[in-house]
Ligand binder design. Structure first.
Ligand SMILES: *[C@@H]1O[C@H](CO)[C@@H](O)[C@H](O)[C@H]1NC(C)=O
Ligand SMILES: *[C@@H]1O[C@H](CO)[C@@H](O)[C@H](O)[C@H]1NC(C)=O
Ligand SMILES: *[C@@H]1O[C@H](CO)[C@@H](O)[C@H](O)[C@H]1NC(C)=O
Ligand SMILES: *[C@@H]1O[C@H](CO)[C@@H](O)[C@H](O)[C@H]1NC(C)=O
Ligand SMILES: *[C@@H]1O[C@H](CO)[C@@H](O)[C@H](O)[C@H]1NC(C)=O
Length: 565
């Protein structure tokens, strides 16, 4: 239920909403205890790639997995996913296919090699489309393990392997979109491509900093320790690094000023000790990147979710950058996010209305204001109710093709699940606001980087630091009851909900009496027993997901809650 009882702000920009429950949610916090790595390979499947594919499959990935599992790094789980692009028989315009995900054990043995069964038989090669979809297509659960409930962190690495530039088979993105998406999803990108660094095949890789003019180059040198040395080059990299056609604007630009690196596929192809050194350094650097803890979105990632195991449905709030994770038990209208300067002064206000039911609570509705437009959305407890319950500028079911000038789309994957998407692309390419409903429970995703939400204040804290700041912008409130109360909507703030609900300031937020004690008593009295709930949830494989499910079924007394996992 944590999936649906939530308000998540973040980063999963291109999540396929209809399948959201089965895909990995980049915006949600990892709540388990395992140390996990996720390596996502985006592989060119054109005819010339066979050797590079073999290198990755037989040398680099097994080595990486072994090293990550070893006591040098202590990863308990190494997941690998791959997607191919450019295979001539793939039946879509972008010649893209997702091959699946699996695990590596500590001996570097892959559990299901189908995930890396690439072809080498070429067609259209659109690496942007493949990276976007390769990230999107990661499932929430790999080989029976639900990543977010099993892992305490998921350190993500993206490897693009290609020997050409990009064929444009998808014009809805640009390089900035893709770079932002990689960042907000929390990946570090490495590009293995057709480079000539100083026309020297011994220069097998480079990290590019200084806006393109301060690169650290890795050079094969059999007389040096570990057969390599590094040096800096302060010229603009385009002046001494050759590539295949548009490789630089298409792919190299994506790693400038990032921790990832560009790697020379020709050094790899040359074989011998040089290729072996390439492999050693590639693995070494990638393992360092991965273990550097890049697990979360670098921007975004604040969440408010209601439900989950710890408190049986009380709101759980995770601030920007996952810095704090707290519960707030009150019922009232709250300022989740506020930024009067949003989008060159249009302004953004997101208010949530929480509701206590018996001993648990949830987010009942959300109201958003951008510019002079107000959109309020709520769900419905009636599983047969297929009406859209929203108010546009206080008018029930008012015209909703656009909101504050941004296009809005609605999807209805089933009667009791509904999604609204506000596409912010005209101001912020690729960014959007999504509201998902599951029965009466509301979830909002604000998918945006620092450019979009960097100035926001509210329950989610300071965007850059995640600090739980009071309204004065300085005081850090460590008591989360104080923090929630602090962000109760004030009369000086805009009225966004069409109906005034009790309480309104100066009346303070309502608090449940002894939520945990009452909860315990109610569970003992409830008509759906713990055994019934366990039976209903047993089809879920992950033990932590089962635990969440049992709590949620008991809290709501609704066996159908299993469907929310
Ligand atoms: C990994 O775990 C082992 C055994 O607990 C420990 O000795 C080692 O220091 C750990 N390594 C790291 C990098 O934490
Ligand atoms: C291996 O992965 C493929 C692709 O995801 C899948 O179709 C197949 O069922 C898997 N094999 C096993 C034994 O699970
Ligand atoms: C799942 O992982 C285990 C342990 O690595 C492995 O034995 C099993 O074959 C894997 N199953 C699939 C379907 O990948
Ligand atoms: C160039 O980059 C290196 C490595 O990141 C850094 O140590 C060095 O300070 C940078 N030099 C300049 C002049 O910016
Ligand atoms: C590790 O993270 C630190 C701090 O974010 C950064 O300065 C450093 O370059 C990173 N190292 C690698 C290998 O990514």
């Amino acid at each position: 239920m944590k999936i649906y009882f939530s308000i998540a702000l973040s980063a999963a920009i291109f999540t396929n909403v209809a399948n959201a429950q089965s895909l990995f949610d980049y915006s949600a916090p990892a709540t388990g205890s395992a140390k996990c790595a996720l390596i996502n390979v985006i592989m060119d499947e054109s005819g010339s790639m066979g050797g590079d594919q073999t290198f990755l499959k037989n040398v680099a990935l097994p080595k990486m997995a072994t090293e990550l599992h070893s006591s040098n790094h202590n990863y308990s789980d190494v997941f690998v996913c791959s997607s191919g692009f450019g295979y001539s028989r793939t039946n879509n315009a972008q010649a893209y296919r997702h091959l699946g995900c699996t695990t590596y054990n500590s001996a570097g043995v892959i559990a299901n090699s189908t995930a890396l069964a690439w072809y080498a038989n070429g067609a259209i090669e659109d690496g942007w489309y493949a990276m976007k979809h390769g990230m999107q297509d990661v499932p929430s659960s790999i080989n029976g393990t639900d990543l977010l409930s099993h892992c305490a962190r998921v350190d993500k690495n993206l490897i693009l392997v290609t020997d050409e530039d990009r064929d444009d088979a998808y014009s809805n993105v640009d390089a900035t979109n893709i770079a932002n998406l990689i960042d907000t999803n929390g990946y570090i990108l490495n590009v293995i491509a057709n480079y000539g660094i100083n026309n020297n095949i011994n220069d097998f890789g480079m990290n590019i900093g200084g806006g393109g003019s301060n690169s650290t180059i890795f050079r094969f040198d059999s007389s040096a320790p570990d057969n390599h040395m590094t040096y800096q080059d302060f010229r603009p990299y385009e002046t001494y690094v050759t590539s295949f056609g548009g490789t630089h604007p298409h792919y190299t630009e994506l790693i400038v000023d990032k921790p990832g690196a560009a790697w020379n596929i020709n050094s790899l192809r040359s074989g011998g000790l040089r290729a072996q050194t390439f492999a050693d350094i590639f693995v070494d650097i990638k393992v360092k990147e991965i273990s550097n803890g890049t697990g979360g979105p670098s921007g975004g990632g604040g969440t408010v979710r209601v439900g989950g195991p710890e408190a049986g449905g009380d709101p759980h709030i995770t601030t920007w950058n996952h810095k704090e994770h707290y519960e707030y038990h009150g019922q009232c209208d709250l300022v989740m996010v506020k930024d009067p300067t949003f989008a060159d002064g249009l302004g953004l206000y997101v208010h949530i209305r929480t509701k206590i039911v018996r001993y648990w609570s949830y987010i009942q509705s959300v109201a958003i204001r951008i510019d002079d437009d107000v959109l309020e959305i709520e769900g419905s407890a009636d599983a047969h109710d297929d009406q859209a319950h929203y108010w546009k500028n206080f008018e029930y079911q008012g015209d909703l093709d656009t909101f504050a000038g941004f296009p809005v789309t609605q999807k209805l994957p089933s009667v009791y699940k509904r999604t609204y998407t506000i596409d912010l692309s005209s101001k912020f390419p690729g960014q959007e606001i999504t509201i998902q409903l599951y029965k009466e429970f509301v979830r909002v995703k604000l998918n945006g980087n620092e450019q979009v939400f960097g100035n926001s204040v509210g329950l989610l804290g300071d965007y850059k630091t995640g600090k739980t700041l009071a309204r004065d912008g300085v005081t850090v409130l460590d008591d989360f009851t104080d923090l929630g109360d602090e962000w109760q909507v004030l009369p000086s703030e805009p009225t966004l909900f069409h109906e005034i609900a009790h309480p309104q300031f100066p009346e303070l937020c309502l608090k449940p009496e002894d939520p945990r004690g009452e909860r315990k008593r109610r569970l003992e009295e409830s008509s759906i027993s713990e055994e019934d709930a366990e039976k209903a949830c047993v089809s879920l494989k992950d033990p932590l997901a089962i635990k969440d499910c049992v709590y949620d079924v008991l809290a709501t007394q609704d066996v159908d809650m299993v469907g929310a996992f």
